[in-house]
Design a protein around this ligand. Structure first.
Ligand code: HEC
Length: 110
């Protein structure tokens, strides 16, 4: 019995860092959903840019899957989302939501 509880304890001790790691990593499916709700009005469902919105804003929408955007590192992307850039207003997201959004952004890479 004592041996068993020791094994269970060991299992949880090993499990905790794994859970912490997975919490930090972005979830593509959740990021896609979030992108559809919070970003697609301007960026289009696949990050190609909503032409009507670009017209309203009087700008050319950056293509999020493009080399230029994808060459930005995660920290730079996070900053743009949380602090805004030009005509893009800051989007209030939790730390985990930003991770998810970026995980999805990376899937758009051409
Ligand atoms: C109100 C419309 C709008 C919304 C909503 C919006 N964006 Fe943007 N976004 C823009 C515009 C406009 C730009 C271009 C800004 C510039 O370069 O002046 C931009 C730029 C960006 C860029 C940088 C592209 C570059 O060329 O540097 C990223 C990354 C980005 N948006 C991601 C997101 C994400 C992720 C979301 C949702 C969480 C989001 N945006 C929501 C309008 C929007």
């Amino acid at each position: 019995m004592k041996q068993l509880s020791k094994s269970i304890l060991l299992f949880f001790i090993l499990l905790i860092p794994l859970l912490m790691l997975s919490a930090e990593k972005g979830d593509v499916a959740k990021g896609k959903e979030l992108f559809g709700n919070r970003c697609a009005v301007c960026h289009g469902a696949g990050g190609e840019g909503n032409a009507a919105m670009a017209k309203v804003l009087g700008i050319t929408m950056p293509v999020l899957g493009s080399k230029e955007v994808q060459s930005l590192d995660d920290a730079a992307l996070k900053k743009i989302v949380l602090e805004g850039k030009g005509k893009m207003k800051p989007v209030a997201l939790s730390a985990q939501e930003v991770e998810n959004a970026i995980a999805f952004l990376r899937t758009l890479k051409k």
